[in-house]
Design a protein around this ligand. Structure first.
Ligand SMILES: [Zn+2]
Length: 477
């Protein structure tokens, strides 16, 4: 199905030259916006948007999609512990069919809450084509950062590295220096994965020594790829970089050639002034994940200090075990609240800034033409109805959008002009079936990883079972 126009809504373009239209019609042709015209104009195949806000679709700049399968299974642990004890043992259980279920579920949740593009920072290499086919089926735009084989680095567990010398089809990480890499890139391009772009994903900066940094940098340039890596999420990561290199986090990243406009660093919690100067100088993009950083106790990223220097900061939800939502509306709300609270400045992150981070700046981080509603841009659009209980009256629409709205207010979502959500219903997805599949995969992967007892809430754990082969004993409260 195609849509000819979105008619009569309040259009927030995120475009500096014309930020808003009180009532306008967005005309769509060949998947792109061909014009924005004042007033309500009815076309064939038009969607009536009167009374709603029309905005660019949200761009989620950091989302581990498969982790939706283990929502709520992270435990109240710091990043190093939950990655070692939960994430890696669980991820190791996934095959092509099961990761597909998780990715589909995460994509559907994102579409339901208005997201039209996502960057997954850590896609297992041997499952990457299955992930790309899942995002393509659901019809979301995706950057898929295939995990690069690296050293241990900070926070590594047995599962997170050790594939350094393998580039065969079964390996979960990609040896960018190996003979198999050019073929991998070539196959990806030949397969023409719909709306899915190949990225490289480095687990953490401290996992790349100078040699690997140079190799990655050369691979990026040669193949015109983008890079994302976890950066300064925890103080320990910053210390690991300093201990091995003798310099600050981003000074090191720049020295080994990993920064620039084609790089998204995620988290950036423990950045200091010199780091921020490097980001500004190199035009590197940042993914801010406030819910995840709060959930794991990582801290609060210096977002106002970055945005005031013109650094491009997008928003990310991170994964199911550390958020536990893939909902950019709630991420915007939290970003806007959090920085006011910690700085004492109610203007620290305004609702307008939060909306910009979630749309325009996120799209820019991913190198997409979407994120701004203007002629020529892809029609990646979200229509939000604020005339509902909980968000009405909406005297200031941007405030209402950021502070009051939830996914329940999202009415229509278009990706490349195609409706993926129509009147609040997902197009072409059987939700009960998908939820049942997800429950099944969740159950068997948790069982296969030997985590059945560990992930149980403490009030369900049985006394005296810790001696029967469980990995650790648990305090019973
Ligand atoms: Zn992450």
């Amino acid at each position: 199905m195609t849509v000819g126009s979105l008619s009569g809504g309040l259009v927030l373009t995120m475009d500096r030259t014309r930020p808003a239209y009180r009532e306008a019609t967005l005309v769509i042709e060949d998947g792109c916006i061909s014009g924005i015209v004042d007033g309500y104009i009815r076309h064939n195949e038009s969607i009536d948007c009167r009374g709603s806000i029309v905005i660019p679709g949200f761009v989620n700049t950091h989302a581990h999609m498969a982790e939706v399968l283990w929502r709520g299974c992270g435990g109240e642990q710091n990043t190093v512990d939950w990655i070692a004890n939960r994430k890696h043992p669980l991820m190791a259980q996934l095959d092509g069919d099961s990761i597909r279920v998780g990715v589909r579920l995460a994509c559907v949740e994102m579409l339901r809450s208005g997201t039209t593009a996502v960057l997954d920072p850590e896609v297992p290499a041997h499952l990457a084509t299955r992930v790309a086919s899942a995002t393509g089926d659901i019809g979301i735009r995706a950057g898929l950062a295939v995990a690069v084989a690296s050293g241990a680095g900070y926070g590594a567990s047995d599962h997170s590295h050790g594939n350094h010398h393998h580039s065969h089809a079964g390996s979960d990480s990609l040896d960018v220096a190996g003979p198999g890499f050019p073929g991998f890139v070539e196959r990806w391009r030949r397969d023409k994965h719909e709306r899915a772009a190949l990225w490289l994903g480095l687990r953490v900066l401290s996992a790349a020594d100078r040699h690997l940094g140079k190799v990655i940098s050369a691979a990026l340039e040669r193949n015109r790829l983008r890079l994302t890596f976890h950066c300064a999420e925890q103080e320990a990561d910053v210390e690991a970089v300093r201990a091995s290199s003798g310099v600050g986090t981003l000074e090191y990243a720049e020295a080994i050639g990993l920064l620039g406009p084609a790089t998204v660093i995620s988290h950036g919690v423990h950045l200091d002034e010199p780091d921020i100067e490097v980001l500004q100088r190199t035009g590197t993009r940042v993914s801010h994940c406030p819910s995840s950083n709060s959930r794991t106790g990582a801290g609060v990223a210096p977002v106002p200090a970055m945005t005031s220097r013109g650094i491009n900061v997008g928003l990310g939800t991170d994964g199911g075990m550390v958020n536990d939502r893939y909902d950019m509306l709630s991420e915007m709300r939290y970003a806007a609240l959090l920085h006011k609270a910690v700085s004492g400045d109610p203007k620290a992150v305004t609702p307008e800034r939060a909306l910009r981070m979630a749309t325009r700046d996120g799209a820019r981080a991913l190198g997409l033409e979407s994120g701004i509603l203007r002629p020529g841009a892809p029609a990646d659009v979200c229509v939000v109805d604020l005339e509902a209980l909980g968000s009405w009256p909406a005297y200031n629409p941007v405030d209402a959008l950021v502070f009051s709205a939830g996914s329940r207010n999202v009415r229509h979502v278009l990706v490349g002009g195609e409706p993926r959500l129509l009147g609040g219903d997902l197009v072409g997805v059987n939700i009960p079936e998908l939820l049942a599949e997800a429950a099944e995969v969740s159950r068997y992967t948790i069982r296969a990883a030997g985590l059945e007892e560990e992930v149980k809430p403490s009030w369900l754990r049985r006394e005296g079972r810790s001696s029967h082969g469980y990995r650790r004993s648990h305090p019973h409260g």
